[in-house]
Ligand binder design. Structure first.
Ligand code: GLU
Length: 295
């Protein structure tokens, strides 16, 4: 197995936008630069939020951008049995527990669960939560952002692993899959920085290794709002990939176009790997200005 295994893990809630392309390109460049592998996983556990056809359009778009995974694409919707198997020991040891508290029950504590308000409620399906001990403090060093620390008991509380509506929670599925796919380096948008301490805690509870982390700058619109696939905000044009790749390159803080004459993504990406300077990746937010005319 390669010493570096990176990944890009989009949820199929819409078409790829400038923020997701930044995450795809950034994770691909860091993997290739390290001589490592790059994998793609479709995070389709949240069926109600899924947009029909989006996963295939995302995969086609990645292909058009020249970002081709090193192996089969994993789909979380097919991994129910794997997740069940990983959850069982947590339930058996009491690290995870069934919980009948509703959203309304937790409203007073800002949605943070510390102790159950209810016992079993007949006719209502329970969620399954991870028990987070008082004083749980998780620290890690992000390759781009530096030291990060979070009191998980105060910020997230006993967080959900399996939802009352019968769906796997993102936090649980992502941790299981990163570990079982042998991912050594998680590179993704900074909107997930807050989730990382929960994921590290879960890795510890499951006896899984913790990968390295690098959180790329968040791309916002002109008003400072995070771009979201579900708003269909600024989809990238896979029919004309080079301008979007060049824009993402600039957003990664890279100063000089590595191949101004390149006419194909493959050629441009080859030069980009050599020219890439990870230390230039910005730590703040990036305002996305959609291309007018040409990029
Ligand atoms: N599936 C998540 C998303 O599309 C990303 C998860 C991750 O990279 O850990 O926002």
């Amino acid at each position: 197995m390669s010493a570096y295994r990176g990944r890009f893990a989009p949820s199929p809630t819409g078409d790829l936008h400038a923020g997701s392309l930044l995450a795809a390109l950034g994770s691909w460049l860091l993997a290739r630069r390290a001589g490592g592998e790059w994998h793609v996983r479709i995070e389709d556990v949240d069926r109600p939020r899924e947009v029909p056809g989006a996963a295939d359009r995302q995969l086609n778009a990645l292909h058009a951008f020249g970002l081709v995974p090193d192996g089969p694409v994993l789909r979380q919707s097919e991994r129910d049995a794997v997740y069940r198997g990983m959850l069982e020991p947590l339930l058996a040891s009491g690290r995870a527990f069934h919980c009948w508290c509703s959203r309304a029950d937790l409203a007073a504590s800002g949605g943070v669960h510390r102790a159950c308000v209810h016992g079993p409620v007949p006719g209502r399906a329970p969620a399954i939560r991870l028990r987070v001990d008082e004083g749980t403090d998780v620290a890690f060093v992000d390759a781009i952002r530096g030291p990060v620390r979070q009191r998980v008991d105060l910020v997230a509380g006993d967080f959900v692993l399996f939802r009352a509506d019968g769906l796997w929670a993102y936090q649980f599925a992502v941790v299981v899959d990163d570990a079982l796919q042998g991912i050594t380096d998680v590179v993704r948008g900074a909107d997930l920085l807050d989730s990382t301490p929960r994921q590290i805690l879960l890795q510890r509870n499951l006896g899984l290794p913790t990968p390295r982390h690098a959180h790329l700058p968040l791309v916002t619109d002109a008003a400072g709002r995070k771009l979201s696939k579900s708003d269909a905000a600024w989809p990238v044009d896979a029919a004309d990939p080079l301008p979007a790749l060049r824009r993402a390159w600039l957003q990664l803080g890279q100063a000089v176009d590595p191949a101004p004459d390149a006419r194909t993504p493959a050629r441009w990406l080859g030069a980009a790997v050599d020219a890439f300077e990870p230390a230039r990746i910005p730590t703040g937010e990036i305002r996305h200005t959609p291309a007018r005319g040409h990029a």
